[in-house]
Design a protein around this ligand. Structure first.
Ligand SMILES: *Cc1c(COP(=O)(O)O)cnc(C)c1O
Length: 652
C-alpha cells in the first residue's frame, strides 16, 4: 500500500557550522510543532503547552530524567494534558471569533469524537477544558455512548451518536434524553429512523434526530472513500427526502434537528472542504424549505494536520490552517443561507485528530545500530592459492576511484552474484565467501561516500545509499505505537530529543523490536518532502540516546495492538506548573502491561504457566541435571519475567 517515494537525502554535508536552528529545520520542529515544540539553546527538545515562549517551558529531557528516577522503563508514552486544553480552547475560540466577525447568527457547538482517543483521562480533560464553550462529545458505538453518557454531564452541550445502531444503542440515546441531555441520534441507514421512532413511541420519549447525508464531494488523501456515492455511511438525497416526508406524516418533523456529513479524515486540500460545505449548505437550505427546520449543521471531522511539515496538499499534510478552516465553514454557510433566505443554523464540528494529535508522544531509547557488513575488520589479506573471485574483488577495491564508482559497482555486484553460484557448487570455501563479501561491502561503503559528494549520482547508487543506511534498533513496536505508519504510510515526526546542539552524522532508518520485517520506519519528513532516512547522532557506548515519535495522540495511542505480545506502554501524564523550577510535574503514572497481562488476554493462565515450568525445573533437579539452589533461582527468574514489562530491559 505504501507509495514509492523519490529518493531524497538530508544534505548534512552542506551544513558546516551546526546550530540548533539547523536542528529545527532538519526535523521541521516549528512546522509540525505548531508552537508547542521547540529546540532549546542547550539542544534539548522543549514543550510550551500554551504556545507562549514567555510561558512555562518543559524540557523533555528533564521529564525523561524524572521518569528514570521513578524507575519507570522505556518506551513510555508522555501526555501533555495542557496541550489538549490549549487545542480545545483554540478550536472553540477560533470558531467563536469567526462567527462574530462574520455576523453569523448561529453559534458553535462542537463535539469531540471519542474514537480518536477514548482514554478516560483524555476525554475528561477535553470535557473539562471545553465546559466554558459547551463543547460536547461524539460517540460511534455502544461502548462509546456508554462512556459519553457518564462523561458529558453538561446539559447545554451536545452528544452526537454516529455509526450503525442496534435497538440497545437507540435505547441508550433515549436514556440520555430522559436524563435531560441533548443527545442527537444521527441516522446513517434508513431503517434506523423507523426503529428509533417505534422505540420512542413505546417509551414515550421524543428523540433528537440528525440525518447523515452521503454528499458527492470526495476528499483526496488516505480516507477518500468516506465520501461520494459509494460511501459506507449516510442517506442518499432520495432517502433524506423520504425521511422528511415520513417524519411529517407522523407529525414529528420537529424532531429532525441536525444535518450531518463527514467526508473522511486528514483532508489535505482546502478546496475539498469548501466544496463539501457548499454542497451541505445547499442541502440544509432546501430541507429547511421542505419543512425540516433543522437547528444544527454538522460538518463532521476531517481537519488535517501538518505531520510532515510541508504545509501542502500531500497526504501527510494540509494546505490550510484551523483558522482558514473555520473561516470557510462560517462564511460559505452564511452566504448560502442568505442567498436561499433561510436562518443561520448552529455549527457543529467533530474534529478529533486536530484536538488530540499533538498532546501525546512516545519516547524510547535506541538499543543499538545494525550495520550492513558490520564485521569490517574481518581479515581479507591475500593468501597463496586463493580463489580468483576473491582476488578479483580485492583488485576492484584497489581500482575504485571517485570517478569510476558506477563501473566498479556494476562489476562488484556481478562478481558477488558469481561467487554465490561458486559457493553453491562447492568451489568457494566459507572463509573465502566471507572475505569476498567483506570486500564487497567495503567497496559499497566507499561508493556511497563518493556518490554523496556527486551532485549527479545515478539513481541506482542513491538507492544503494538508502539501502545501506544504518538501522537504529529502537525499543518499541510500531504496531503498538504508530500503526498508521505501517498500515497506510502516514508520516509521523521522529527525532532525537537531546543533543540537538550537535550535528547528527548518521542517516538512519528505524527498526523496532518485533520479529516482523514490516516493523520499521523508513519514511520521514524533510524540508524538501518525504525521504527514506532520518539524521541521527552516532551512538556513544554506555550513553543513552532518546528519540521521540510525535503526534501520536490521535488514533495511534488507541489503535495499537499487541503484535509479538508487546503490550500497552508505561504512561506518564505531565502538567505544567509555572511555579515549579522545572515548570512541570508528573501527575499520574499508568503502568503498561506486564507479560502476564498480555498472555492472560490470549487465554493463558500465568499461574499455570509458572507451575508447569516449576514442575519441569523440579524434575530436572531430581534427575540431578540442575542443582537445587540453581533450580530455585530459575523458578524465581521465570516468575519475575512474567511480572515484568514486555519491552526490552536496559542493562544497568
Ligand atoms: C472519525 C470521525 C470523526 C473524526 O475525524 P477527524 O478526522 O479525526 O477529525 C468525526 N466524525 C465522524 C463521523 C467520524 O467517523
Amino acid at each position: 500500500m505504501k507509495t514509492q517515494q523519490p529518493i531524497r537525502f538530508h544534505n548534512l554535508d552542506a551544513i558546516t557550522e551546526w546550530s540548533t536552528q539547523h536542528a529545527d529545520e532538519i526535523y521541521q520542529v516549528s512546522r509540525w510543532g505548531e508552537g508547542y515544540f521547540q529546540v532549546s539553546d542547550k539542544g534539548d527538545l522543549c514543550v510550551s503547552p500554551n504556545r507562549k515562549t514567555a510561558g512555562p517551558m518543559i524540557n523533555m529531557m528533564e521529564v525523561v530524567e524524572e521518569i528514570k528516577s521513578k524507575g519507570i522503563e522505556f518506551p513510555a508514552v508522555i501526555r501533555f494534558h495542557d496541550i489538549l486544553r490549549s487545542q480545545v480552547a483554540m478550536l472553540n475560540k477560533t470558531f467563536r471569533e469567526t462567527i462574530e466577525e462574520a455576523r453569523f447568527n448561529g453559534s458553535y457547538c462542537g463535539v469531540y469524537p471519542i474514537k480518536v482517543n477514548q482514554m478516560r483521562e483524555v476525554v475528561e480533560e477535553i470535557v473539562d477544558a471545553g465546559a466554558p464553550f459547551n463543547y460536547g462529545l461524539e460517540a460511534g458505538s455502544k461502548p462509546e455512548l456508554i462512556a459519553a453518557l457518564a462523561m458529558n454531564m453538561n446539559h447545554n452541550s451536545l452528544t452526537v451518536v454516529n455509526g450503525y445502531k442496534d435497538k440497545d444503542l437507540l435505547r441508550l440515546a433515549l436514556l440520555g434524553i430522559q436524563l435531560g441531555r441533548k443527545v442527537i441520534v444521527v441516522v446513517e441507514k434508513y431503517s434506523e429512523l423507523t426503529d428509533l421512532m417505534k422505540l420512542s413511541q413505546e417509551i414515550g420519549v421524543e428523540p433528537m434526530i440528525g440525518l447523515r447525508a452521503k454528499i458527492s464531494t470526495k476528499s483526496s488523501g488516505k480516507w477518500a472513500s468516506s465520501g461520494g456515492d459509494y460511501a459506507k455511511f449516510g442517506l442518499t438525497i432520495t432517502e433524506i427526502l423520504q425521511a422528511v416526508k415520513y417524519m411529517k406524516s407522523i407529525d414529528k418533523a420537529h424532531c429532525l434537528k441536525l444535518l450531518h456529513f463527514h467526508i473522511g479524515s486528514q483532508i489535505p486540500d482546502i478546496r475539498t472542504i469548501k466544496d463539501s460545505i457548499n454542497e451541505g449548505a445547499r442541502i440544509y437550505a432546501k430541507l429547511w424549505k421542505e419543512g425540516a427546520k433543522l437547528e444544527f449543521f454538522d460538518v463532521g471531522g476531517g481537519v488535517g494536520l501538518n505531520y510532515d511539515g510541508t504545509r501542502s496538499n500531500s497526504a501527510s499534510s494540509t494546505n490550510y490552517t484551523i483558522k482558514d478552516y473555520c473561516a470557510d465553514v462560517v462564511y460559505i454557510l452564511k452566504q448560502i443561507c442568505d442567498l436561499e433566505d433561510v436562518p443561520h443554523p448552529n455549527i457543529v464540528s467533530e474534529s478529533g485528530r486536530a484536538i488530540t494529535a499533538h498532546h501525546s508522544c512516545m519516547v524510547t531509547n535506541v538499543f543499538g545500530a545494525l550495520e550492513i557488513g558490520e564485521a569490517s575488520n574481518f581479515n581479507t589479506d591475500k593468501i597463496i592459492n586463493e580463489n580468483i573471485l576473491v582476488t578479483n574483488m580485492r583488485d576492484l577495491s584497489i581500482e575504485l576511484t571517485e570517478k569510476n564508482y558506477q563501473e566498479v559497482y556494476n562489476d562488484a555486484t556481478k562478481l558477488k552474484e558469481e561467487s554465490i553460484s561458486a559457493f553453491k557448487l562447492g568451489i568457494l570455501t566459507l572463509d573465502e565467501r566471507a572475505k569476498l563479501e567483506t570486500l564487497y561491502w567495503q567497496i559499497c561503503k566507499k561508493i556511497v561516500g563518493s556518490a554523496s559528494r556527486d551532485e549527479y549520482a545515478p539513481d541506482e547508487i542513491l538507492h544503494l545509499k538508502s539501502q545501506m543506511a544504518h538501522q537504529y534498533l529502537c525499543n518499541f513496536s510500531i504496531f503498538q505505537s504508530a500503526p498508521d505508519t505501517w498500515a497506510i504510510g502516514q508520516i509521523l515526526p521522529v527525532m532525537p530529543i537531546h543533543k540537538l546542539n550537535e550535528k547528527p552524522t548518521e542517516l538512519c532508518t528505524l527498526v523496532d523490536i518485533t520479529c516482523d520485517s514490516d516493523g520499521k520506519i523508513d519514511n520521514f519528513l524533510s524540508a524538501d518532502g518525504p525521504t527514506n532516512t532520518v539524521p541521527m547522532h552516532k551512538l556513544v557506548k554506555d550513553e543513552d540516546y532518546y528519540i521521540g515519535l510525535f503526534m501520536t495522540g490521535a488514533y495511534q495511542d488507541i489503535m495499537g495492538d499487541n503484535h509479538n505480545c508487546f503490550g500497552r506502554l508505561n504512561e506518564v501524564h505531565v502538567f505544567m506548573d509555572d511555579d515549579d523550577p522545572t515548570d512541570f510535574y508528573i501527575e499520574e503514572v499508568i503502568m503498561g502491561n506486564k507479560a502476564s497481562t498480555v498472555l492472560s488476554t490470549l487465554q493463558y493462565n500465568p499461574e499455570t504457566l509458572a507451575q508447569t515450568v516449576k514442575y519441569a525445573i523440579d524434575t530436572q533437579v531430581k534427575r540431578g541435571k540442575i542443582r537445587p539452589r540453581e533450580g530455585v533461582g530459575l523458578t524465581d527468574f521465570y516468575e519475575n519475567c512474567l511480572k515484568s514489562y514486555t519491552y526490552l530491559k536496559k542493562e544497568k
